[in-house]
Design a protein around this ligand. Structure first.
Ligand code: SF4
Length: 432
C-alpha cells in the first residue's frame, strides 16, 4: 500500500444524495470471530520469525515477531522523513510529527469499527501489516528511531520533527511499555528539541500514569474520544462491536488530563461523519474549549478492512462546515451559542460577520490538519498526518496551507465562492 492514494474520489454528497452522514447510514458491520489458532497473534508467534531491523509491511511474507518496547511502528510519512523507506508525498517534503505506535503480535485488543488496527482483523492480516489511517506503518527498533533523530540534531542543529507522539493502543503491556519507549527517546532527544505528545489508551490507564508521563517530559496529553456522542462511542468502539472502551472512562481521563497537564496542554480526537450532527460535534468542541483543551479533528474515511469500510466518507460540505466551526471555537473566540443550525443540525450561520469570516477562510488555517502544535504557531499542527483521512484527489485535512485552486475548491464545498472565482474539477493538479 503506498502512502499517496488517489482512488475513492469523494463527492460532496454521499450515495444517498445527502450532504451529511446520518446515524441510519453509519452502521458498522458485526465483527466475525477468528478461529482460535489465529487469535492473539497466533500465526506470528507460531512462525516465530526473528526480526532483523526495519520491517516494511508486506502481507505476502511472514511477519516477524516484533514487540514493544524494543520495536515501534511509525507512520509512512515519518518513515519517509527519517529516510527509512523510499517515496514522496504530494506537496509535502516531510512530516513535522514523528508518530509512533506500540506494536505486539497480538495487536490492539480493542475492536473499534472504523479502525484498521482492530482486533477482528487478526484472521485476515497480521498486526504489523495492517493499514491505519490509510497508510502502512513500518516497524523499526526504537533505539534506531531515537538515534537517527539525535544524530540530525547533533549534526545539523535541527530535525524536521517538531513533535514526537506515542500512540498507546489497547494492550495489557501498553502502559509499562509506553514508559520504556519514552525513556529510550528522552535518553537520546531532549523534550526542548522535540516536544512530546501521548495519544493515550484510557481503558488501561490510571491517574498516576498521566502524572508519570508528564514527569518524564510529556508536553501534551490527548484522548481519542473519536466518537462525538456517547451513543456513537458505544456503537463503534464499545459494546456494539465487542470492544472494551467506555465513554465514561475516556471522559474521566480527559478531565484528569485537564487537571494534570493544564490549559492548552490536553486535547481530544474527534472523527466527523460517523452519524453525529454538526451541532453535536461543535457542542463537544465547545465543551472541550470550556475545559481549556483543544479538539483534533479527523474526517471519517472508510478504512479498508475495517467494520465501516462499506460506508461513505464524510461529505465534504459537512466536513468543511465542522472544520471551520471548530477553528472558530478553538482559536477565534466564538461560541457555539452564536452559531445557527438547521433542523438537521447543519451549520447555517457561523455567527461571524461575513468580511471577517472571509478573511479567516482565506488564511487556509481552518482547513489544515488539526492536532498538537509544532514550532510555527499555536494553530498550526505539528501532526500533519499527510492524507490520513482522504485521498489526494479530494483532500479533507490539508497537510499544507491550501491556496489557489485548493482554496476555490474549499469555498465551493462551503457554498461560499467568491464572485468570478469558481472552481473547475481537478484544476489543483494543473498547477503542479
Ligand atoms: S483502541 Fe485505537 S488502535 Fe485500537 S482499535 Fe480502537 S482506535 Fe484502533
Amino acid at each position: 500500500m503506498s502512502c499517496v492514494k488517489t482512488e475513492g474520489v469523494q463527492t460532496d454528497k454521499n450515495p444517498m444524495g445527502m450532504d451529511i452522514n446520518t446515524p441510519e447510514i453509519m452502521q458498522p458491520r458485526a465483527p466475525l470471530k477468528p478461529s482460535k489458532e489465529l487469535r492473539n497473534g497466533g500465526r506470528v508467534k507460531s512462525n516465530a520469525v526473528a526480526p532483523t531491523g526495519v520491517y516494511l509491511p508486506n502481507n505476502n511474507i511472514q511477519t516477524p515477531n516484533m514487540t514493544s518496547p524494543e520495536y515501534v511502528q511509525l507512520s509512512t510519512a515519518a518513515a519517509l522523513t527519517l529516510g527509512l523507506m523510499p517515496g514522496s508525498m504530494y506537496n509535502c517534503s516531510c512530516t513535522r510529527c514523528l508518530n509512533l505506535l506500540l506494536t505486539y503480535p497480538e495487536g490492539c485488543r480493542a475492536n473499534c469499527a472504523y479502525c484498521g488496527l482492530a482486533r477482528h482483523r487478526e484472521a485476515d492480516r497480521d498486526y504489523a501489516d495492517r493499514n491505519f489511517i490509510r497508510v502502512d506503518w513500518p516497524a523499526v527498533p526504537m533505539t534506531q528511531v531515537a538515534e537517527i533523530v539525535a544524530k540530525q540534531i547533533k549534526e545539523d542543529g535541527d530535525t524536521p520533527f517538531h513533535r514526537m507522539c506515542i500512540s498507546m493502543i489497547t494492550h495489557p503491556r501498553s502502559d509499562q511499555d509506553t514508559f520504556t519507549v519514552l525513556k529510550t527517546w528522552t535518553d537520546h532527544v531532549s523534550p526542548d528539541d522535540v516536544m512530546i505528545s501521548i495519544l493515550s489508551n484510557p481503558t488501561t490507564m490510571v491517574r498516576d500514569d498521566l502524572v508519570k508521563l508528564k514527569d518524564m517530559g510529556t508536553d501534551i496529553f490527548t484522548v481519542s474520544m473519536d466518537a462525538a456522542t456517547p451513543e456513537i462511542f458505544d456503537r463503534t468502539r464499545g459494546k456494539g462491536v465487542q470492544s472494551p472502551h467506555s465513554w465514561a472512562k475516556y471522559w474521566q481521563t480527559l478531565e484528569e488530563a485537564r487537571d494534570i497537564y493544564g490549559k492548552e496542554k490536553f486535547g481530544a480526537h474527534i472523527i466527523i461523519g460517523m452519524g453525529e450532527t454538526e451541532y453535536e460535534a461543535l457542542s463537544l468542541v465547545q465543551k472541550i474549549v470550556d475545559m481549556g483543551g483543544h479538539s483534533h479533528m479527523f474526517c471519517f474515511f472508510p478504512e479498508q478492512g475495517s467494520l465501516m469500510d462499506h460506508l461513505p466518507a464524510t461529505p465534504r460540505d459537512q466536513w468543511r462546515r465542522v472544520q471551520l466551526g471548530r477553528y472558530l471555537l478553538d482559536y477565534a473566540g466564538l461560541r457555539v451559542e452564536q452559531m445557527k443550525f438547521d433542523e438537521l443540525g447543519r451549520v447555517k450561520d457561523f455567527g461571524m460577520p461575513k468580511a471577517e469570516l472571509d478573511m479567516l477562510i482565506d488564511t487556509g488555517l481552518p482547513f489544515q490538519t488539526s492536532g498538537c502544535p509544532g514550532k510555527f504557531a499555536e494553530d498550526i499542527s505539528a501532526c500533519d498526518r499527510p492524507y490520513g483521512d482522504s485521498p489526494v484527489s479530494d483532500i479533507a485535512s490539508y497537510p499544507f496551507k491550501p491556496e489557489g485552486a485548493h482554496m476555490r475548491k474549499i469555498r465551493q464545498q462551503l457554498d461560499m465562492e467568491k464572485p468570478g472565482e469558481s472552481y473547475e474539477q481537478g484544476e489543483e493538479f494543473d498547477e503542479l
